[in-house]
Design a protein around this ligand. Structure first.
Ligand code: FES
Length: 167
C-alpha cells in the first residue's frame, strides 16, 4: 500500500489534485500497475478528496481503464457495426477457440486478455483489433492465428532467455 501511496502522490504532484486530474492520475496508475485495484482507487479518492464512488465511476466508465488484473497482452476486438459486417463474429469465434477464453477472460498462461471495444477508427479496413497499442486490420481467422502465434513465440523466447540469464 505504501508503494501505491507514493505512486498516487507522485501522480498528484505531476497532474494536480483538481477533479480534472482524476483521469490522468488513473491512467498513470494503470500504466504502472497494469490495472486499477480497489486499494489504488481508495488512495486516489483520498488524495483528490473525492468519494470512492466517484473514482470508481470514472474508472469503470472508460473502456481503456480496467479494474481487474489483465494478461500481459490485451486484445481489443472492435464490435461496432462495420467490423461486424466485415466478419468480426468469425474472428471472435476464432480467438475464443484459439485462446480457450470468452470475452472478458484471461488465458490460463496469463499471456492474453480478450476484450471487445467500440470503433477503433479503422472501419474501412475492418475487422480490426488492437493488441495493446498496436492496430491490426483486414483480419481473417487465418491471419489472427499467425498473429497470436507470433506473440506466443515471442513470449516463449523471452521466458527462455530470462531462464538463461537467471541460470
Ligand atoms: S467499426 Fe470497427 S474500427 Fe470502426
Amino acid at each position: 500500500m505504501n508503494g501505491l501511496r507514493e505512486l498516487v502522490s507522485a501522480l498528484a504532484q505531476k497532474h494536480g489534485t483538481r477533479r480534472e486530474s482524476l483521469l490522468p492520475i488513473l491512467q498513470g496508475i494503470q500504466a504502472h500497475e497494469h490495472y486499477l485495484s480497489d486499494d489504488a482507487m481508495v488512495e486516489v479518492a483520498r488524495a483528490l478528496d473525492l468519494s470512492t464512488a466517484q473514482v470508481y465511476g470514472t474508472a469503470t466508465f472508460y473502456s481503456f481503464l480496467v479494474t481487474r488484473p489483465q494478461g500481459r497482452h490485451v486484445i481489443r476486438l472492435c464490435r461496432t457495426i462495420t467490423c461486424v459486417m466485415h466478419g468480426k463474429n468469425q474472428l471472435l469465434k476464432e480467438l475464443e477457440t484459439l485462446l480457450k477464453v470468452r470475452v472478458g477472460e484471461t488465458t490460463a498462461d496469463g499471456l492474453f486478455t480478450l476484450l471487445e471495444t467500440n470503433c477503433l477508427g479503422q472501419c474501412h479496413q475492418g475487422p480490426a483489433i488492437l493488441i495493446d497499442d498496436e492496430p491490426y486490420t483486414r483480419l481473417t481467422p487465418e491471419r489472427i492465428r499467425v498473429i497470436v502465434a507470433e506473440y506466443q513465440q515471442k513470449a516463449a523466447l523471452e521466458s527462455e532467455n530470462s531462464g538463461l540469464i537467471n541460470s
